[in-house]
Design a protein around this ligand. Structure first.
Ligand code: AMP
Length: 268
């Protein structure tokens, strides 16, 4: 496993490499990330994983500071997985030219509405990485569904790299794995698991119901009443265009909520 610390290392290591799979991450690796890496290793000849906590996608400085970081543990996981390259760039290597990203008004929904500047930061970094690395495929998780949607739509206009979407990996209690879960105390973790189970069941009953808008409104209220929980949004949207939907078919339930000051997102 080659560790690449800057653009020079990167160019040297990737010279002549084709059929490259790229897995971008912010580290604190868990089984969700690992599933992306395994998929890349399966269908690409070489795999590169980046670990970079991208400052420009945090709309809140404390959130950026307290984001979990576990470099040594991450590197040992990647070594065991026999990843070919790990890219650990620093800010100056990445942000060495100006680029303005704008999110269309129709896309300023869900997290784009509540985390101002977040997806501009995500798209910015993803387009810089894609330009530098030029992978054949980029592996991204459905856990961050809106991110996958926006990044795919942006990159396909500029690059030939193909985005491969990967299923959300959950724990035994149906909670989507997330680096942020490590910030939860035991009772908060229980609450997060309860919310996941609740919404998973909710999705099943919606198949047979008609007045979905009313039910969503009530479900939002119910989850909001859990201890220490504040729901930011709970919405049903079409999974192909993210337009509001009143029908569960071809749609997903999207949620963002806080437990104490920890923000979690998921989709069902
Ligand atoms: P992050 O390190 O949180 O920026 O995530 C890096 C990549 O891993 C993104 O494409 C995420 O969507 C993906 N990912 C995060 N959690 C999961 C999960 N539980 N299952 C599948 N993919 C995930």
């Amino acid at each position: 496993m080659k560790i690449l610390l800057n653009k020079i290392d990167l160019n040297e290591a990737l010279f002549g490499v084709s059929n490259l799979g790229f897995v971008p991450t912010m580290g604190s690796l868990h089984e969700g990330h690992i599933s992306l890496i395994k998929y890349s290793k399966k269908i690409c000849k070489k795999t590169i994983v980046s670990i970079f906590v991208n400052p420009t996608q945090f709309n809140n400085k404390t959130d950026y500071k307290k984001y979990p970081r576990n470099k040594e543990k991450d590197l040992s996981i990647l070594k065991k997985l026999k990843v070919d390259f790990v890219f650990l760039p620093n800010k100056n290597d990445i942000y060495n030219f100006k680029q303005k990203i704008k999110i269309a008004k129709k896309d300023q929904i869900l997290c784009a509405k509540y985390r101002k500047g977040h997806f501009e930061g995500v798209i910015d970094i993803m387009s810089r990485f894609t330009k530098m690395i030029n992978p054949k495929m980029i592996f991204m998780g459905e856990k961050d569904f809106q991110q996958l949607y926006l990044v795919r739509n942006y990159l396909k206009k500029k690059f030939s790299s193909k985005i491969i979407s990967c299923k959300t990996i959950r724990d035994n209690h149906n909670l989507a794995l997330s680096s942020r879960n490590s910030l939860l105390k035991d009772n908060e973790l229980k609450t997060a698991r309860l919310i996941s189970k609740n919404l998973n069941n909710f999705r099943k009953i919606l198949n047979k119901k008609k007045n979905i808008e009313k039910l969503i409104h009530l479900k939002k209220k119910e989850i909001d009443s859990f201890k220490n929980v504040k729901v930011e949004y709970l919405e049903i949207r079409n999974k192909y265009n993210l337009k509001k939907s009143t029908n569960i078919k071809n749609s997903k339930i999207f949620i963002a909520y806080y437990i104490r000051n920890i923000r979690l997102i998921d989709n069902f």
